[in-house]
Design a protein around this ligand. Structure first.
Ligand code: ZN
Length: 91
């Protein structure tokens, strides 16, 4: 057996895993597209009648001020319906 074939055989398990990985990646891409399309459609048809408040905070850095974000999100479709940002001081 050629050295090249021997090396391939030695790495057989990795080659099989690489094959499965590539197939899964393909399915992932397909699913991502479907997810995006479904989410877009969902957010278009949703009447956003149930909402929740989500608070977010980004701490200040040397060059950035801290930011307090209050978002109104739809519970059904996850769309951000309103956003208020309050900027604080520097770190
Ligand atoms: Zn909605």
């Amino acid at each position: 057996m050629k050295k090249e074939n021997l090396l391939k055989q030695k790495n057989g398990e990795a080659l099989l895993l690489a094959k499965s990985y590539k197939e899964l990646k393909k399915r992932e891409t397909k699913l991502s597209t479907q997810l995006l399309k479904t989410r877009t459609l969902l957010q278009q048809v949703c009447i956003h009648n149930e909402t929740k408040i989500v608070n977010d905070y980004t701490p200040a850095g040397y060059l950035d001020r801290e930011v307090y974000v209050t978002k109104v999100m739809c519970k059904t479709c996850g769309k951000e319906l309103d956003r208020k940002e309050v900027t604080g001081g520097f770190g």
